[in-house]
Design a protein around this ligand. Structure first.
Ligand code: NDP
Length: 287
C-alpha cells in the first residue's frame, strides 16, 4: 500500500495569506485605512512572547496594522479590563487578542468575556461560541478553522462522513466538532475518559487529534484510507517537533495526513489574519 499523502499546511497557509493580503489591499483602497489587530501580552512567558512576535510579523506582512500592548506580570485584573474597554471603544481597532496564558492572579474568563464579540478574533467570547453552535456567522477559533480549511483544500469529503475529534477543549476540540457538524459530518468527540478510543478511531473516516499527548495515536488506531489531522505540537527527546500522531506508522494506513511541523501550525496564524480582516469588513459594513 502506498504511503498517505501529506497535506502541506505550509503551502496552503502561504496561498491563503497571499489571498488575504490582496483583500487587505482592496480594503485599504476602499476605506482609506488598514484593518488593525491589537494584541495584549501580560507578563514574560517566553513562548507567548514568541507567538506574539510571529503574529505581529504576519499581520504587518499582510498589510494590516499590528499593535502589541506589553504589560508587566504585576498588572492587575482591573488595569487589564480598563485596557480592553479602551480597545473595545476605539473605532480604529478591528481585532483584539488577549494572549493566553494570563498570570495566575488574573481570572481568564471575565477578561475573555469583556472583549467586544465583534472584535473577538480568537472566537472565544460566549456570544461567538453560541453563534458557532447555532450555525450563525461568527468569529471562529483560528486552529479549528485552519483544520477545516486544510480538509476543504485537500478535497476530503465531509458530508455524511464519520468524523472523530479527540479533545474537547474550548480552543480546539469543541469548535472543531461544531465546524464538522456544520459540514454535515457525523461527529463524535473523544476525551480522556472515553472507553475503547482506538476502536472508535478505527471507525472514523476523518480523525482530528487534539489531545496534547505526544504520538498517542498509532497506525493501528487508524481506519485504512482515513484522513488524519494532527493538531498536537510537542518537542521530542531528540529536540524535533512532533504531534499527537505517530506519523511514520499512521502514514502506512491513512490516505492523507498533516505532518508536524508544517501541517496545522501555519494555518493558525493565517486564520488569525483572516479573522481580523473578517472583523474589519463586518464592522465597516455596519457603520
Ligand atoms: P487541552 O489540554 O486544553 O485539551 C486536551 C484534550 O485532550 C482534553 O479534552 C483532554 O480530555 C483530551 N485528552 C488528554 N489526554 C487524552 C487521552 N490520553 N486520550 C483521549 N483524550 C485525551 O489542549 P488543547 O486543546 O489546547 O491543545 C491540544 C493540542 O493541540 C496540544 O498539543 C497543543 O499544543 C496543540 N495546539 C496546537 C495549535 C497549533 O496551532 N498547531 C494551537 C492550539 C493547540 P479531558 O477533557 O477529559 O481532560
Amino acid at each position: 500500500m502506498s504511503e498517505a499523502k501529506l497535506i502541506d499546511g505550509k503551502l496552503i497557509a502561504q496561498a491563503l495569506r497571499q489571498e488575504i493580503a490582496g483583500e487587505v489591499q482592496r480594503f485599504r483602497q476602499a476605506h482609506a485605512r488598514a484593518p488593525a489587530l491589537h494584541v495584549v501580552l501580560v507578563g514574560d512567558d517566553a513562548a507567548s512572547a514568541v507567538y506574539v512576535r510571529n503574529k505581529e510579523k504576519a499581520v504587518v506582512e499582510a498589510g494590516m496594522i499590528g499593535a502589541v500592548h506589553r504589560l508587566p506580570a504585576s498588572t492587575t485584573a482591573a488595569a487589564l479590563h480598563q485596557l480592553v474597554r479602551e480597545l473595545n471603544e476605539d473605532p480604529a481597532v478591528d481585532g483584539i487578542l488577549v494572549q493566553l496564558p494570563l498570570p495566575a492572579h488574573i481570572p481568564v474568563d471575565p477578561i475573555l468575556e469583556s472583549v467586544d464579540p465583534a472584535k473577538d478574533v480568537d472566537g472565544f467570547h460566549p456570544v461567538n461560541v453560541g453563534k458557532l453552535w447555532s450555525g450563525k456567522a461568527a468569529l471562529v477559533p483560528c486552529t479549528p478553522r485552519g483544520c477545516l480549511h486544510l480538509l476543504r483544500t485537500a478535497e476530503v469529503p465531509l458530508e455524511g462522513s464519520r468524523a472523530l475529534v479527540i479533545g474537547r477543549s474550548n480552543i480546539v476540540g469543541k469548535p472543531m466538532a461544531a465546524l464538522l457538524l456544520g459540514a454535515n459530518a457525523t461527529v463524535s468527540i473523544g476525551h480522556s475518559r472515553s472507553r475503547d478510543l482506538p476502536a472508535r478511531c478505527r471507525e472514523a473516516d476523518v480523525l482530528i487529534v487534539a489531545a496534547g499527548q505526544r504520538q498517542m495515536v498509532e497506525g493501528s488506531w487508524i481506519k485504512p484510507g482515513a484522513t488524519v489531522i494532527d493538531v498536537g505540537m510537542h518537542r521530542g527527546p531528540d529536540g524535533k517537533l512532533c504531534g499527537d500522531v505517530d506519523l511514520a506508522s499512521a502514514r502506512k494506513v491513512a490516505a492523507a495526513i498533516t505532518p508536524v511541523p508544517g501541517g496545522v501550525g501555519p494555518m493558525t496564524i493565517a486564520m488569525l489574519l483572516d479573522n481580523t480582516l473578517k472583523a474589519a469588513l463586518a464592522r465597516t459594513a455596519r457603520s
